[in-house]
Ligand binder design. Sequence first.
Ligand code: DC
Length: 223
Amino acid sequence: MSQKLIIAIDGPVGSGKSTLARRVAALMGYLYIDTGAMYRAVALKALRRGVSFEAGDALAALAGETRIDLRARDGAQQVFLDGEDVTAAIRTPEVAQAASKIAVVPGVRRVLVAEQRRAGEQGGVVMEGRDIGSVVFPDAQLKIFLIASPEIRADRRWREHQQKGDAIDLARTLEEIHERDRRDRERSDSPLVRAKDAVVVDSTAMEPEEVARLVVMLAKELA
Ligand code: DC
């Protein structure tokens, strides 16, 4: 009998995690969970309330009293913050920067990691983030660490924004990627690191579908 795996996909911003995780979930018939969306939702709430990013205790309390629902719809994920659909509102550069700032607060991480464990413990999930294979599910059966060159990552982000009609500058996008990489890698609590047993996949010169097929092949060997 095939077992329902936990597939952890970690990597830096723009490495293609979301596209990969969504596709693998669809091919495996698994649930897709984007944990970055949870950090973004808390960040949006903090921005709206004017809570300082320095105020760790207040941010942790805010996370504790926040309800985040991730719902699958037509292969995409909708994000609800205390009942409000914030799927589009959390995808701005401002919220992205804010999310990487609140993500350094251990109290915020504790709350969100507990929710992520509850959501994935039954298996049959593809969960993407920064610390899924290292902290959230260190026993996940399959861990992918997805990387790509900073230039191609900036280009992908820039294209996404162009498609939505947001005018953003490519050079500024690259700078922001470097900034977020630094913050994600250097924070003391759960930094972005490759778990020892993660498979490193470099998506720089690969088509998204090729990467997805590779990961599904690895998953099927285990399931
Ligand atoms: O994947 P993303 O860009 O939507 O994530 C937004 C921010 O949240 C990112 O800067 C780092 C943080 N994050 C994290 O610290 N841990 C996770 N598991 C997921 C995201």
